[in-house]
Design a protein around this ligand. Structure first.
Ligand code: MLC
Ligand code: AMP
Length: 529
């Protein structure tokens, strides 16, 4: 049975890891008024230890961070935000954006971070759909964002690394805030994830979803207060926020908080760090730099990869260069992390490791019937990490979350006799580019509206740096010409840059099967080479 989430380390090792997790949970087990705040933030009040190392060498201590969060919680209240409200946040990565996450936890507000690349049109959907009370955005885009907020009936405030109206309000506020009582079942965050219909869905994550996963990963990956994590991921997604940041908040360690992936900065800071988390592009770019070698990484104890498949070749090349075996894990927005290669024991290249100790994982056929080990099917998971459903979308929730609590991931996988899981593909039509998800349907809806276009199909094609990138195949209306430059411009006005096709092809028709379904595999075979 693969159903109980067995974790196969050397057996003594396994029990030590579980014991570590239980111990952590017991420590946090005293009565809590607000489990998320009391687990991740409250313990750091008064600590003068470094929490964030900034690129210019400045340090924000744990205590300084907690005090800033309290000021921001006051500022939120000042804007009329109440317990259970959502706030949508599209802010460049900076310490205040992270402190806003803490402020939301403390004030019982639901944090909804958004990709900074989203256009106004994309943003409008999220603010309206979530019913966000407040939109916090970049001062440089204030005019357009104010319109987005007005149209959605939300209040607008600005924030970036230099300041903004939210920051000004926080500056004038007290440095302590009465933590709002919440339960572990209360919602802590919404993360939007696109769907095969092209309509994004707000995944609702409870306090317990976040806490359980962070505690599990902390124990498994042996993070302690002595760790210094190189953090160059965005903080509007699961990886940078709920994996990287939450783990460091559970342990009380420090982060080198870099605005984005910059190989020079990673190399400069690596001698001061102990661990790094990144998408595969982080690892391929580091390997492209001759300065990245065994000597540079000698103080590092752990490199973790996820969000997209890490090529086995990268794993092998990384070990040959540095002596470190990358630890690959697998997760998603709706579930946080589901599987991980072991800290001690065999980190197998090309696999995403074993189900986490508190996660049950099954490989199933389309009806949800568990398949024998070794057979490929859809991965389903259940555990305290699995989300509470999609906001205002009961039908979508019912389609993907079974009544018995198993979530249908849409990923195709296989589990071997030792329990190791390999993700072999996706049942869902999804492109993952540099760790960002791109849903072809969303692009096709825009492309199909363009003048001269009869229909379109978007496929992912391999890309050395980003893993895969979208390619658009366009079919003209009978007798019409397609102005590809015009189509590109229209796409540019509607969709974030990272989603935009890198290549366009025009052809007379799309290959279809006997049911009339477009055969994307045939297109990938034709254009993907
Ligand atoms: C940037 N660009 C991208 C892109 N990122 N295009 C496609 N895919 C991407 N991921 C485009 C920009 O629009 C710009 O286009 C050009 O590339 C350069 O922009 P940049 O900002 O300088 O890019 P760069 O710094 O090189 O960023 C690449 C990256 C970044 C891979 C480092 O995208 C990144 O940090 N990705 C991580 C995403 C992530 O955290 N995913 C986790 C999801 S959670 P132009 O044309 O204007 O030049 C999840 C669950 C789990 O999946 O398991 O973790
Ligand atoms: P997101 O919806 O952005 O959270 O993306 C989640 C998806 O990323 C998963 O459903 C997988 O398809 C993919 N993913 C995450 N981690 C891995 C991994 N280690 N290997 C392969 N795919 C992964």
């Amino acid at each position: 049975m693969g159903g109980q989430g067995h974790f196969f380390f050397g057996s003594g090792d396994f029990h030590r890891q579980i014991a570590g997790i239980r111990c952590l949970k017991r420590l946090k087990g005293h009565a809590m008024n607000n489990p998320l705040y009391d687990t991740m933030f409250a313990p750091h009040a008064g600590k003068q230890t470094p929490f964030l190392h900034l690129p210019d060498g400045a340090i924000i201590t744990h205590d300084g961070f907690i005090r800033r969060a309290a000021q921001l919680a006051h500022a939120l209240t000042g804007y009329g935000v109440k317990v259970g409200d959502r706030i949508a946040v599209q802010v460049e990565k900076c310490p205040d954006m992270l402190a806003l996450y803490a402020a939301c936890a403390q004030a019982g507000v639901i944090f909804l971070p958004l990709n900074t690349a989203y256009t106004g049109a994309e943003l409008s959907y999220f603010v309206e759909d979530s019913g966000a009370k407040l939109l916090v955005g970049d001062p440089a885009r204030a005019a357009g964002l104010q319109d987005v907020a007005d149209a959605a009936g939300a209040v607008f405030a600005t924030l970036d690394a230099r300041g903004g109206s939210l920051s000004d309000a926080a500056d004038k506020s007290p440095e302590s805030f009465g933590t709002v009582a919440r339960s572990g079942d209360d919602l802590a965050a919404f993360l939007y994830t696109s769907g095969t219909t092209g309509r994004s869905k707000g995944a609702m994550l409870s306090q317990n979803n976040l806490i359980s996963n962070a505690q599990t990963l902390t124990g498994l990956w042996r993070f302690t207060a002595d760790d210094v994590l190189l953090h160059a991921l965005p903080i509007f997604h699961t990886h940078g926020l709920f994996v990287a940041t939450n783990v460091m908040l559970v342990t009380g360690g420090a982060m080198v908080f870099l605005p984005k992936l910059d190989v020079d900065q990673l190399i400069d800071w690596m001698p001061k760090a102990t661990a790094m988390m990144g998408v595969p592009t982080f690892y391929t770019r580091l390997l492209d730099d001759a300065r990245f070698d065994r000597a540079l990484t000698q103080g590092m104890r752990l490199f973790i990869s996820g969000s997209a498949p890490l090529l086995a070749d990268t794993h092998v090349a990384f070990e040959a260069r540095t002596g470190h075996r990358i630890l690959e894990r697998y997760g998603m927005t709706e579930t946080n992390m589901n599987t991980s290669n072991p800290y001690e024991g065999d980190r197998r290249a090309g696999t995403v490791g074993l189900p986490l100790p508190d996660v049950a994982l099954k490989v199933c056929d389309a009806d949800g019937v568990e398949l024998p080990r070794g057979e490929t099917g859809v991965v389903e998971v259940r555990g305290p990490n699995v989300f509470q459903g999609y906001w205002n979308m009961p039908e979508k929730t019912a389609e993907e979350l079974r009544a018995d609590g198993f979530f249908i991931t849409g990923d195709l996988g296989v589990q071997d006799a030792d329990g190791y899981v390999t993700i072999v593909g996706r049942g869902k039509d999804l492109i993952i580019s540099g760790g960002y998800n791109i849903y072809p349907k969303e692009l096709e809806l825009v492309l199909d509206e363009q003048s001269g276009v009869l229909e379109s199909a978007v496929i992912g094609v391999p890309h050395d740096d980003l893993g895969e990138v979208p390619l658009a195949v366009l079919v003209p209306l009978a007798g019409a010409q397609i102005d590809v430059e015009g189509v590109k411009a229209a796409v540019g006005n509607n969709l974030a840059r990272f989603k935009q096709p890198r290549r366009y092809e025009v052809r007379d028709s799309l290959p279809r099967n006997t049911m009339g379904k477009v055969q994307k595999a045939a297109l990938r075979a034709e254009y993907g080479a």
